[in-house]
Design a protein around this ligand. Structure first.
Ligand code: GLC
Ligand code: CA
Length: 533
């Protein structure tokens, strides 16, 4: 049984904004907070009721804001604290929730805490980070190379699970826990409604078993942040790689006072052998993973999260479906596959008009630290064209291009040269064109979100699989009381589908189907109500 708070959270449709790439308003080529304010009504019109804003705190931007130098100040390029207060106010007037991105695992090495800490072994901040006389193990940084760097000033090594300028905080020090509680409270007092919590599984390390995550004090630390009276009602979502439903429940059941939900990433591995290597894979794999998680979490007091894309991944549309001739069908079919399942919905900016991966001729078009490091490493063992091919496939920049609001010079994003190039297909794929097209991904999303919002069975209903594992399509039912709905999504091949229910005419479909049964085109989908009585 879901608690009442969680039942309310199920109504959330959260739009993820990568602020640098959303909308520039002052002509410096970088998206900003006033740019977010400008589009609030557009987001309402889409059917969104919350925003997760990627980090907007002061930062030298080695990892685009995930390297924070002051948690309680706004990054200069993005705006001012006044802009942030206006954003919160404008959102609340519209009944929207604002979710900020909290990065508790590490700070920038230019944060005052690190600057103090490196001064020596006897200052108030000396134990804020992990310091060692000798490198204690072979942990690697997620961005390549060793996870340890030597600091000349202190004469010791420190741990950095990401870039050398992102030093891991030592949560075993109670002063770190208090400092992060203060950060959370600062923003709660400003009125924010929740947090997405960056790599939260790493705040407690398991040195004994050689894992830099899921350490013995993880629950305690998360509880210290979000289990207090002041923070209990927040909506929180953890970036936390859990594979087991019971483990998920231990992190996110309402009574735990930890997180409201976690991102489950199994489906993110579809369509690739590793981050930079494609693997032909069909939507069947995605389907099977979705089914597994809907079944595993049924009946538990937890919220599942539903998402296809984020700022760290090339779009699922390009990895697991057809982003060329069948781009419209694929993008809309994926939406129906995911967002009518049970869970909190997350939509990544630009997904709502079917933005695919981009492709560039030169490594100079890329900015992401992970991609640039990987490119250097690839070039050691393969020709540079091959290395570029891999980056074009897997780069996080695939999700970070300036949004293409229209097809004019600057894409409606900025009049200035943008901080990274516009999307390579922006003249052909942009919001304005899509909305005016007879087949519009945007309008499909709008209709889908309206149906979801207005149909209790899609929020709270039970899930049942209707298709069989051997089928090249996916059909599922959502049932609440005597109300039952069916979602049918065909995959890449045309085929005739017969459904085991008497169904009304489709309430929603991407190719204007007149009836549920019959021949389905590639990636055609339909949503119908089951006739009762
Ligand atoms: C998370 C973020 C990613 C960032 C990393 C380090 O995975 O989503 O963008 O680089 O943490 O903070
Ligand atoms: Ca700007």
């Amino acid at each position: 049984m879901l608690s009442e708070t969680y039942r309310q959270f199920l109504r959330l449709v959260i739009y993820q904004i990568y602020p640098r790439s959303f909308q520039d308003t002052n002509g410096d080529g970088i998206g900003d907070l006033p740019g977010v304010i400008r589009h609030l009504d557009d987001l309402l019109e889409l059917g969104v009721n919350a925003i997760w804003l990627c980090p907007c705190f002061r930062s030298p931007n080695d990892d685009n804001g995930y390297d924070i130098s002051d948690y309680c100040a706004i990054m200069d390029e993005l705006g001012t604290m006044g802009d942030m207060e206006r954003l919160i106010d404008q959102m609340h007037r519209r009944g929207m929730k604002l979710i900020l991105d909290l990065v508790p695992n590490h700070t920038s090495t230019s944060h005052r805490w690190f600057q103090e800490s490196r001064k020596g072994r006897d200052n108030p901040f000396s134990d804020f980070y992990y310091w060692f006389d000798a490198i204690p193990n072979d942990w690697k940084s997620c961005f390549g190379g060793s996870a340890y760097a030597f600091d000349e000033q202190r004469g010791q090594y420190y741990l950095h699970s990401y870039a050398p300028t992102q030093a891991d905080l030592n949560w075993n020090n109670p002063a770190v826990v208090r400092a992060m509680q203060d950060v959370v409270d600062f923003w709660v007092d400003k009125g924010v409604d929740g947090f997405r919590v960056d790599v939260v599984d790493q705040i407690s390390k398991d040195f004994e078993n050689g894992r830099n995550c899921f350490g013995p004090r993880l629950h305690e630390f998360i509880h210290a942040l979000f289990g207090r009276e002041k923070t209990r009602g927040l909506f929180t979502v953890g970036e936390c790689w859990v594979n087991d439903a019971q483990e998920m429940e231990r992190h996110s059941a309402f009574e735990r006072g930890e997180l409201s939900t976690l991102f489950q990433f199994d489906h993110m591995e579809c369509g690739r052998a590793d981050k930079f290597t494609p693997k032909p894979d069909s939507l069947r794999t995605v389907r099977d993973i979705l089914i597994r998680w809907q079944q595993k979490t049924a009946g538990l007091n937890l919220l599942h999260s539903l998402f296809t894309d984020n700022h760290d991944q090339p779009p699922l549309l390009s990895r697991a479906a057809n982003d060329r001739e069948k781009r419209y069908e694929s993008a809309t079919c994926l939406a129906a596959m995911f967002y009518l399942l049970k869970g909190v919905a997350f939509i990544y900016q630009g997904q709502e008009w079917g933005t695919p991966s981009a492709r560039y001729q030169s490594i100079d078009s890329f900015n992401d630290i992970e991609s640039l490091n990987a490119y250097q490493a690839f070039c050691q063992t393969m020709p540079s064209e091959k290395a570029l091919e891999k980056i074009n496939f897997g780069s996080r920049d695939n999700a970070r291009h300036p949004l293409a609001w229209n097809g004019q010079a600057g894409g409606g994003f900025s009049d200035a040269k943008p901080w990274i190039p516009l999307h390579s297909r922006y003249r052909e794929i942009n919001r304005e064109l899509d909305r005016a097209a007879s087949q519009s991904v945007y309008r499909f999303y709008q209709a889908l979100l309206r149906l979801r919002r207005e149909t209790p069975a899609f929020l709270d209903g039970d899930f049942q699989v209707v298709s069989r594992p051997e089928d090249g399509w996916f059909a599922y039912a959502r049932t609440l009381g005597d109300e039952r709905w069916l979602v049918v999504c065909n995959f890449e091949k045309p085929q005739t589908i017969r459904l085991p229910f008497a169904l009304e005419a489709p309430r929603l479909s991407n190719l204007n189907r007149a009836q549920a049964d019959g021949l389905y085109a590639p990636y055609e989908c339909a949503v119908c109500r089951v006739l009762t009585g």
